[in-house]
Every structure is written in structure tokens, then in C-alpha cells.
Write a new protein. Structure first.
Length: 356
């Protein structure tokens, strides 16, 4: 029996990457750890496979095999756009549509909103493993409102499995398009006053005793895309001391489009807030606890994305760090081995996740 949608978190059945994609499985795990994750459900990879089965799947496979990922980028971009539009058009009346709408209605009941604003995020079955990351290769849509918009955004996420970047990435990484499938996470939208990313090591030198946080006002998309200079904080995992505090001037922020109420827009930050830190000391305390809890459970360094609504930090994504985590930790001298053992013991014990 094909399951088309699954609730994320303790109220549902635990999911795997094969069912929910990398992002969906990660969010489900985090929620079960007690990390504050916005309410969500996932459209399964089975729903995607059923939607593109038959003649559509045959045509998609034919077009993909005819591509040459190392060829002219303009030609690849044009052909991949045609593939995406074909998939979007041909899945308009797919069999899982009613289940998606029912899951959105159930999310509305959980959140107490008739039409909750949501983020609709791609969750490929091949993404975010310990040895590869498809971060940024697939599409996500923010401030989506209403069942019709959610249903259309899901199909757009399915189609983003065939962006030029995603096709090229799979070719370089040896992943066949036919071996991949797209889950889609539909997640309550956090009306973020600030947002950012965290890493459970220092990406400058691989130091695993630190947590590095970067943040901006509003939504985190300008930071993730590299369009803005964020605030940067380096926190010691053991002493909890903020070792580095670099506050950037932040003239603009990404937020819900004030005219349409849907999608995002760039607006000015009030002059008297532009040089203020986007995170408080309490936010950094929460992020340190979250980072330690996630890393302890995963057993490997992690990076993640978060959103802040006033007092609370919500994790919207976490995945294995794929650069420094593949390298062995630096060796310590015999003289310092006892102290280091004490530090490592502190790092791996007693992390408390954020409370709901």
C-alpha cells in the first residue's frame, strides 16, 4: 500500500530517508529528540514515484539520458527547464492530491489556523547524507497559503529534481536520476524576527570544541544565498563562553511580502536596529544546547538552519557537515591527553535540547 503523506514528529510514525527524503527524515528525528521544530508533514517519495510513473516516467527518463551534463550550460539549462515544465503540467491531477489537501487541513487543526502559512521544501532521497549534500540544488517556497498553493508548490518541488544544477550534481556524484526520488516537507512558517545557520565545529579550522552561528534580521534566505553579511558568533561548547562576537550592519531583511502576504520581499531595517546584534544571549544559549544535542545524537558534526520568533529558536533543517567531518581529529600530546579526555567527556554528555 502506498502511503502518500506522513506526519512529522512524535504524533506520527518515525520515517526514513527512503520515505521522506533527507530533510524530512532529519526533521522527524529532531522533533523526536525534543528539539523545537515547526509542525510539519511530508509528502513521501512513493507519492512522487507514483505521480511520474508510466508514460511520463518513460519520457522523463528518455530526456534525461539524452542530456550531456558536461555540455554547454545554456543548453542544459534550457532543456532542464523544459523537463520541469513537462513534469509540472503532467502531474496536475496526480493521485496523491487529495491526501496532500487532507494533510494540510490536519496541519491547520494543529496550528489553530484556517489556512496556515507554510514553507514547502524539497527533500530528495539522495540529499544530506554524511558523504554528500545537495543543499541549494532543489527548490523551496516560503509563505505559501491555502491548499491550492500548497498542492502546486509540491509539484514545483518535484520538478526541481531536474534543475540543471541538480542534474549536473548527480552526474558528478554518480547518482542516477532514476535512483533518486523527491519527498516534500510542508512546514508551518515561522514569522522570523531573525534567522541563520549554525555549525557544530569551526569551519575555518575544523575545531570541534566550538559552535559557530551566523544570523541576520528576518528570514535566512539572504544569508544562505550569500547576499548579505551576517552577524557571527563563536561559542565554546564546554565553557559556553561567547568567544567571538562580530556584529555586521544589516540594512535590509527578507520578510513576508507586505503587499501580497505571500512569498518574500526585501524591506529596510529601521535605522536604529541596523547595527544591533540579531541574536540575544538567550538565543545563543538555546542554539548551543540545540547544536550539542543534535551532534551528540548524530555522532558527527552537523550544520543547520534556524528561525527565531521573539523568544524561541526553531530548527528548520539539519544535516551532516561534509568537509571537516571527513577528516580525523587532530592528535593531542600525551601530556594533554588527560585534560582532553575530560573535555571530550563534557562535550558528549549532558546536552539539553530546547523545550517545547
Amino acid at each position: 500500500m502506498t502511503v502518500n503523506t506522513v506526519r512529522i514528529g512524535p504524533g506520527g510514525t518515525a520515517v526514513t530517508t527512503a520515505v521522506a527524503g533527507g530533510k524530512g527524515r532529519s526533521l522527524d528525528t529532531l522533533s523526536r529528540l525534543g528539539i523545537r521544530v515547526p509542525e510539519a508533514f511530508v509528502i513521501t517519495t512513493d507519492a512522487y514515484r507514483a505521480a511520474v510513473a508510466g508514460s511520463l516516467g518513460t519520457e522523463l527518463d528518455r530526456r534525461i539520458r539524452a542530456l550531456h551534463p558536461e555540455a554547454d550550460l545554456a543548453a542544459l539549462t534550457e532543456e532542464s527547464a523544459a523537463i520541469r515544465e513537462l513534469l509540472f503540467a503532467e502531474t496536475e491531477r496526480h493521485h496523491a492530491d487529495a491526501d496532500i489537501r487532507a494533510a494540510y487541513a490536519e496541519l491547520a487543526e494543529r496550528t489553530g489556523q484556517a489556512e496556515p502559512p507554510v514553507a514547502v521544501r524539497s527533500s530528495s532521497a539522495a540529499e544530506d547524507s554524511a558523504d554528500r549534500s545537495f543543499a541549494g540544488e532543489h527548490d523551496s517556497y516560503l509563505w505559501v497559503i491555502g491548499a491550492d498553493e500548497v498542492a502546486a508548490a509540491v509539484r514545483r518541488c518535484w520538478a526541481s529534481l531536474f534543475t540543471a544544477r541538480a542534474i549536473s550534481y548527480r552526474a558528478r556524484d554518480g547518482v542516477e536520476s532514476t535512483d533518486d526520488a523527491m519527498g516534500v516537507v510542508v512546514q508551518r512558517m515561522v514569522d522570523a524576527t531573525a534567522a541563520g545557520v549554525f555549525m557544530t565545529l569551526n569551519p575555518a579550522n575544523g575545531d570541534r570544541s566550538k559552535v559557530v552561528v551566523e544570523s541576520v534580521w528576518g528570514l535566512g534566505e539572504p544569508l544562505v544565498s550569500g547576499a548579505v553579511t551576517p552577524d557571527r558568533f563563536v561559542v565554546d561548547k564546554v565553557t559556553r563562553e561567547v568567544l567571538t562576537r562580530e556584529v555586521a550592519r544589516k540594512d535590509t531583511r527578507a520578510t513576508r511580502d507586505p503587499e501580497t502576504g505571500r512569498g518574500i520581499a526585501t524591506v529596510d531595517v529601521p535605522e536604529d536596529r541596523r547595527s544591533d546584534p540579531s541574536l540575544t544571549a538567550d538565543h545563543l544559549e538555546q542554539l548551543l544546547d540545540i547544536a550539542r544535542a543534535i551532534e551528540k545524537h548524530a555522532g558527527t558534526p552537523q550544520d543547520g538552519e534556524f528561525a527565531v520568533d521573539a523568544d524561541h529558536v526553531h530548527v528548520v533543517q539539519a544535516r551532516p557537515e561534509t568537509v571537516w567531518s571527513t577528516k580525523p581529529p587532530k592528535q593531542v600530546s600525551q601530556h594533554s591527553r588527560g585534560a582532553m579526555a575530560h573535555v571530550l567527556s563534557a562535550l558528549t554528555g549532558g546536552a539539553r535540547p530546547a523545550e517545547h
